[in-house]
Design a binder for this molecule. Structure first.
Ligand code: 5AD
Ligand code: SF4
Length: 437
């Protein structure tokens, strides 16, 4: 028998920016590149991929600074290839290679299934660029999930792209039109994940509740609820206009669906919502939350806000503060408006940046007070926690409650992957402490 000489695997380093969908995409890209093992050190890698975010200006600029820092590594390792993926790749395309010639490969989110061929091309010393929105379904052409042990909580993309065209947002341009994956493929992927140790999936989509892959999102959630061994289901991000009655009902009739809902509203001012092209009002949003709380009173609400949107006045901003006070969010993410090239809002009169900063601070202070009060109200309450990893202190385990709080369990007997009942003993700024009951 002749001896087969195996090449040692090359090393792949992926740095992921931005949203959870990028986290999912990074995992799928790593799985699709044969002959590579992942490393957590850029200076050790033969291939570096920056999986980028274009949602705000700062996020995009970070990529160019990082590329500048990575460039000298090419002198140390002539085999090193550098790639840019994600929404900056989609939005800027060849401009990236022009601004930073150390980049060998640029691929947008709709073409990740072509990454292996692109990798082969750059290994020959050529460059590779692909920012198409191809006809073929990238998920069909991405390989099945690798058979490796996984953390107990995983992301699962079910829908991608957005047709809403909010006036500030680049997503409809970078991720393209809404596309839903077929439900049977998603259910199979969830089963594969469960076989590898996953207990919780978060269904991802830029507009996840607009899902229509042969089923509605509510129907998909109920179908996933029947997958043995899958104990928890979440979904994000939703649009208020796609929150239909059946999805609200699923929060009452599907025990595996966790009582947490990320439902961005962006502003509390109808004048601004109209200019944002949101096609809902502050009032309709508040009524919607009332309907959800009527069937699931303990639901933990989460949201996104933009302050300093073009032409936002102090009165508009106050309306946002009022809405936040009325909803009582467990979590809320607030951003200063960032002008994105090509979006309609970029043409409108901009708010003074100092004023916008000041509003952001006021909103964040209100949100922090609200979040902390909710965390404190958990003390003495019983929660269920999915244990995800060992905590920092001896005997401590760390996991997530049904409401998505990080929970440290003291003197834990539970193992990674267990869902345990605990009693909350203390609230800290970003987490809770608990004991098993
Ligand atoms: N400027 C600031 N924030 C933005 N977001 C989207 N586009 C912009 C922008 N141009 C925020 C929205 C969205 C979240 C993901 O990012 O709040 O819900
Ligand atoms: Fe962007 Fe609006 Fe679509 Fe969300 S709904 S991805 S904010 S355009």
């Amino acid at each position: 028998m002749s001896e087969i000489k195996l090449e040692p695997p090359k090393k792949l380093f992926i740095k992921t920016y931005g949203c959870q969908m990028n986290v999912y995409d990074s995992e799928r890209m790593a799985e699709s590149l044969e002959g590579y093992v992942q490393t957590d050190r850029a200076d050790d890698a033969d291939m570096i991929l920056l999986n980028t975010c274009h949602i705000r200006e700062k996020a995009a600029e970070k990529v160019y600074s990082e590329l500048g820092r990575l460039k000298p590594l090419k002198e140390l390792n002539p085999d090193l290839k550098i790639g840019v993926t994600g929404c900056v790749a989609q939005a800027e395309g060849a401009e990236i290679m022009r601004r930073q010639p150390a980049v060998d490969l640029v691929v947008g989110p709709q073409s990740y299934h072509r990454l292996p061929q692109m990798e082969a091309r750059v290994r020959k010393g050529l460059t590779a660029l692909d920012t198409d929105f191809p006809e073929e379904d990238k998920f069909e052409h991405l390989k099945g999930r690798k058979k490796m042990q996984r953390a107990p909580a995983a992301f699962l993309t079910v829908q991608e792209g957005c047709d809403k065209f909010c006036a500030f947002c680049v997503v409809p341009y970078t991720r393209g039109a809404e596309v839903s994956r077929p439900a049977d493929k998603i259910i199979r992927e969830a089963q594969e994940l469960v076989e590898r140790g996953v207990r919780e999936v978060t269904l991802l989509g830029q507009n996840v509740n607009a899902y229509h892959g042969g089923m509605t999102l509510a129907e998909l959630i109920r179908a996933l609820g029947r997958v043995d061994g899958l104990e928890r289901i979440r979904y994000t991000t939703s649009h208020p206009n796609d929150m239909d009655d059946d999805l609200i009902a699923a929060h009452a009739d599907t025990p595996k669906l966790m009582p947490y809902l990320h439902l961005p509203v962006q502003s509390g001012s109808d004048r601004i919502l109209k200019r944002m092209n949101r096609s809902h009002t502050a009032e309709s949003y508040l009524r919607l939350i009332e309907r959800i709380r009527a069937v699931r009173p303990d639901i933990m609400m989460s949201g996104d806000f933009i302050v300093g949107f073009p032409e936002e006045t102090e009165a508009d901003f106050q309306a946002t503060m009022d809405l936040v006070a009325q909803v009582n969010y467990g979590y809320a993410y607030s951003f200063k408006y960032s002008t994105r090239p090509g979006t309609p809002a970029s043409e409108r009169p901009q708010v003074d940046p100092v004023e916008a900063d000041e509003r952001l601070q006021r909103l964040q202070a209100l949100i922090s007070r609200q979040q902390y009060a909710i965390q404190e109200s958990m003390v003495g309450r019983d929660l269920s926690v999915l244990v995800e990893k060992a905590g920092r202190n001896a005997g401590q385990m760390l996991g997530k409650s049904e409401y998505l709080h990080s929970v440290h369990i003291d003197n834990a007997t539970a193992q990674i992957g267990d869902v345990v009942r605990v009693r909350c003993t203390r609230a800290m700024t970003n987490s809770l402490t608990a004991v098993e009951i």
